[in-house]
Design a protein around this ligand. Structure first.
Ligand code: UDP
Ligand code: MG
Length: 160
C-alpha cells in the first residue's frame, strides 16, 4: 500500500448538473456555474437547451409513479435549461452537497438551493445522485462530440 499514490488513484467521476428553467428565467445561470467552477471541478460540457418531453420523462423515469411526476415534466420542459457535465474525483457527492437538500427550505445556507430557492417544485438545479447516474444522464443529455477533454491550466494548483 503506497499512500502517496492514493490521490492519483482516486476515481475520476462525472456528474450531470442542470440549471432548471426557473434558474434560467431568474438570471441565476452565471451564479450556479460559478459555484462549481470556483470549487475546482472541470467543466467538460455546457449548453442551453429546450428539453423535449420524452427526454424529461426518460431522465426522471425512476419518479414516474410519483404524484408530482406530471408537474415535474411540465416544469423541466417549461423553458430552456442549461446542461452541464463536470468531472473530478468525488464530484458526484460533492456537487450534491453544493446543491443542498431537495426542499430548499431544508437546504443549508451556503448551498445553491439554500441560498437561491424556496420550494421543492422550483429548486433551480439538478445534480446526479450516483456516478452510474452521472454517466447515464450525461449520455442522455449530450451527443458525442459535445464533450471536451482538456487540461485546465490551474490543475497543478488544485491537487498536489
Ligand atoms: N420534486 C417535486 N416534489 C417532490 C419531490 C421532488 O416536485 O415532492 C421534484 C424536484 O424538482 C426534485 C425533482 O423532482 O429536484 C427530483 O426529485 P429527487 O427526489 O430526485 O430530488 P433531487 O435529486 O433533485 O434533490
Ligand atoms: Mg434526484
Amino acid at each position: 500500500f503506497l499512500p502517496h499514490l492514493v490521490a492519483s488513484m482516486e476515481q475520476v467521476e462525472e456528474t450531470y448538473i442542470m440549471v432548471k428553467p426557473d434558474g434560467v428565467q431568474r438570471g441565476l445561470v452565471g451564479e450556479i456555474i460559478s459555484r462549481f467552477e470556483k470549487k475546482g471541478f472541470k467543466l467538460i460540457g455546457l449548453k442551453l437547451f429546450q428539453c423535449p418531453k420524452d427526454l424529461a420523462e426518460e431522465h426522471y423515469k425512476d419518479l414516474n409513479s410519483k404524484p408530482f411526476f406530471p408537474k415535474l415534466i411540465e416544469y423541466i420542459t417549461s423553458g430552456p435549461v442549461v446542461c452541464m457535465a463536470w468531472e473530478g474525483a468525488g464530484v458526484v457527492a460533492s456537487a450534491r452537497k453544493l446543491i443542498g437538500s431537495t426542499d430548499p427550505l431544508q437546504a443549508e445556507p451556503g448551498t445553491i438551493r439554500g441560498d437561491l430557492a424556496v420550494q421543492t417544485g422550483r429548486n433551480v438545479v439538478h445534480g446526479s445522485d450516483s456516478p452510474e447516474n452521472g454517466k447515464r444522464e450525461i449520455g442522455l443529455w449530450f451527443k458525442e462530440g459535445e464533450l471536451c477533454q482538456w487540461t485546465p491550466a490551474q490543475a497543478q494548483w488544485l491537487r498536489e
